[in-house]
Write a protein that binds this ligand. Structure first.
Ligand code: ADP
Ligand code: ZN
Length: 610
């Protein structure tokens, strides 16, 4: 491999421009590419959409031999290979979906030195026959994609990834690059130790996703709120909606369809054919909404997902970050929207109480939930809080709901004392436990049948809380639960005091609370402005014409639309309206191959009338 060091790095930039049609590298890409081309090992932590693929694709093209990419996502290998073929890169894959003849063809191409990139599932790489095959050809590098799958504690653990530690012993001269979008230090450390990458250079990018606007809103009528979001801000856009249960996935998808939004469900209870079909439609069609449980999305390369909505509270900040990260891989403005309410806290606390496993496990789940709740209840910038959670610095961003419409924080100590003392009196004077609804009725002094029946109007706290509305009281309960100043138990979500409640009742502790802004109007206005900034209004009809052309082209080829051209590329074409092939070649994302293949068609589409 001594010759590798002599390859000029300018080859990398030339390849980027000629093959992919991009002007320059982004962020750490250049340093990573340079390091791997020179034969070095690398560990790359980069957020989704950061541009990890080029980090191994360019060195595979520049170094002699074939880049071998280990990827756990068999279902997506075809699309990954199609995307490379579309730019004229010679790529193939070997996995269990192929018959013997198809595999033999790919193997022959590899041995003949006719492949730039070869995708493999990890279980295939642990087979001796595959290793022999690689020995007989020339391997330029090993790329280990989704490297967090080696982590046993993560939720994507793949036992076959553990075997990848042997790559180095068998092929000591072949550089290895491990990549992941998982940001935690623990996962990073595990990747390094389990894959024997202690000597590798570590590249840790910022995990900020500046194009994603984070918003967390109080949950009232979640399905209607979702519909409103789609209609006002994301009509015709592709999006993912996450729900906790299969039942709510089904119901929400039906609701959207009944309201004229094209949407499909995706969850583990559907048969595998339906699941595969819905996923394929999502990848191939423009503007489909998938309503899914968290089982959907890993490795989905679709770059133009414009929004990710959560109708239920994610169980951890890691999960939230990973799921919202599927929006806006192409760098264009996107929305991460979460509706969150009291019931979410009650439900998740209960799930933890009744979960299997030991106390340590439950404690871990609780810590995850607490961090998620802190993000929901913060009066600070959501993005800064998110980045801090991953140990990275963050400044107020101007592109999240708390920055755009700052919530007030208020001194909730007296409200908290009233509520906690209602819980206390019920328990100690009456030996009773009740859920939030009854306690709020008591504070508001409502003469409901249930109040009369239990003679709760006789309590000294009856009617002492009329300064707040019912929904404000629900906010108080939610925030007390979030701060551990109140606990819930049982199927009815009855409220209990905690040890820390005593400090509030004893006036030893102040409680700060978040007051929801009345309207999220400014966030919406800012979104409209963002849209205008990214493409002038007069370019929109042209963009739609190009989109229609792309749709037909992709359909004829049987590939996802983004493989023909990304949205970002179409927007730039619509804005600049090039009139010659030379001008078109200057657009980002138009490389040599695509120019030759589509150039005339694009110019004709631009020149054509309505
Ligand atoms: P990741 O795998 O890290 O999520 P991708 O490799 O899919 O990210 O890249 C995300 C998007 O950014 C893709 O559409 C890709 O073509 C584009 N991209 C990556 N690097 C560059 C670059 N240097 N210039 C322009 N676009 C880029
Ligand atoms: Zn912010």
């Amino acid at each position: 491999m001594a010759s590798a060091e002599t390859i000029p790095v300018s080859d990398a930039l030339q390849t980027l421009r000629r093959v992919f049609g991009y002007d320059s590298f982004r962020g750490d890409q250049e340093a990573i590419v340079e390091h791997v081309i020179g034969g070095g090992d690398a560990v790359v932590l980069m957020p989704t959409g950061g541009g990890k693929s080029l980090c191994y694709q360019i060195p595979s093209l520049v170094r002699p031999g074939t880049g071998v990419v280990v990827s756990p996502l068999i279902a997506l290998m075809q699309d990954q290979v199609d995307a490379l073929l579309a730019v004229g890169v010679r790529a193939g894959f070997l996995n269990s979906s192929q018959d013997f003849e198809q595999r033999r063809e790919v193997e022959a191409a590899f041995l003949a030195g006719e492949l730039d990139l070869l995708y493999l599932a990890p279980e295939r790489l642990s087979m001796e026959s595959t290793r022999n095959l690689l020995d007989r050809g020339k391997v330029a590098l090993f790329a280990i994609d989704e490297a967090h799958c080696v982590s046993q504690w993560g939720h994507d653990f793949r036992p076959d990834y553990l075997g990848l530690s042997e790559l180095h012993e068998r092929w000591p001269d072949v550089p290895r690059i491990a990549l992941t979008a998982t940001a935690t230090k623990a996962t990073h450390a595990e990747i390094v130790s389990r894959l024997n990458l202690g000597e590798a250079r570590q590249f840790v990018a910022s995990f900020d996703r500046p194009n994603i606007q984070y918003r967390i809103v109080p949950k009232a009528e979640p399905k209607k709120q979702l519909l409103d979001l789609i209609r006002t801000e994301h009509p015709g856009d592709a999006g993912i909606v996450y729900c906790l249960s299969r039942n709510s996935v089904e119901k929400t998808a039906e609701f959207l369809v009944a309201n004229g939004i094209s949407a499909v469900p995706y969850h583990a209870g559907l048969d595998s054919r339906t699941r595969a079909r819905n996923q394929a439609r999502f990848l191939r069609e423009d503007g489909l909404v998938v309503v899914a449980t968290i089982a959907f999305g890993m490795g989905i390369d679709k770059p133009d997902v414009r929004f990710v909505a959560h109708l239920d509270l994610p169980k951890s900040v890691e999960g939230y970050y990973q799921e919202t990260g599927r929006a806006g891989r192409d760098g264009l403005p996107s929305t991460a929207w979460l509706a969150y309410g009291l019931q979410d806290v009650v439900q998740q606390r209960r799930m933890i109480q009744t979960s299997e496993g030991d106390d340590a496990h439950r404690r871990r789940l609780s810590q995850h939930l607490d961090a998620m709740l802190a993000l929901c209840e913060t009066v600070e910038c959501r993005r800064a809080q998110l980045l801090n959670y991953f140990g990275q610095p963050g400044q107020p961003c101007g592109n999240c709901d708390t920055c755009l419409t700052p919530p007030e924080s208020w001194d909730g100590t007296i409200a908290a004392q009233k509520l906690l003392s209602a819980v206390y009196r019920l328990q100690h004077e009456r030996g009773q436990k009740f859920g939030a609804g009854q306690i709020i009725d008591i504070l508001l002094g409502k003469q409901t049948p249930k109040v009369t029946q239990h003679r709760h109007d006789q309590l000294t706290v009856f009617g002492v809380g009329q300064e707040l509305s019912e929904s404000e009281w629900r906010g108080v309960v939610r925030q007390l639960l979030a701060q551990g100043l109140l606990a819930v138990e049982g199927d009815y979500g009855t409220l209990l005091l905690t040890e820390a409640s005593g400090e509030v009742l004893g006036r030893k502790r102040e409680v700060r609370m978040r007051r929801e802004p009345k309207r999220a109007g400014r966030a919406v206005a800012a979104t409209a402005k963002r849209k205008a900034a990214e493409m002038p209004e007069e370019a929109r009809p042209v963009f739609e014409k190009l989109r229609a052309w792309r749709f037909e082209e992709a359909k004829n080829q049987g590939v996802p639309a983004y493989i023909v051209f990304s949205d970002a590329t179409l927007r730039q074409i619509a804005t600049e309206q090039p009139s010659t092939l030379d001008e078109l070649a200057g657009v980002s994302g138009v490389g040599e191959n695509k120019l030759a293949r589509y150039g005339e068609q694009v110019l004709a589409t631009l020149a054509g009338g309505e």
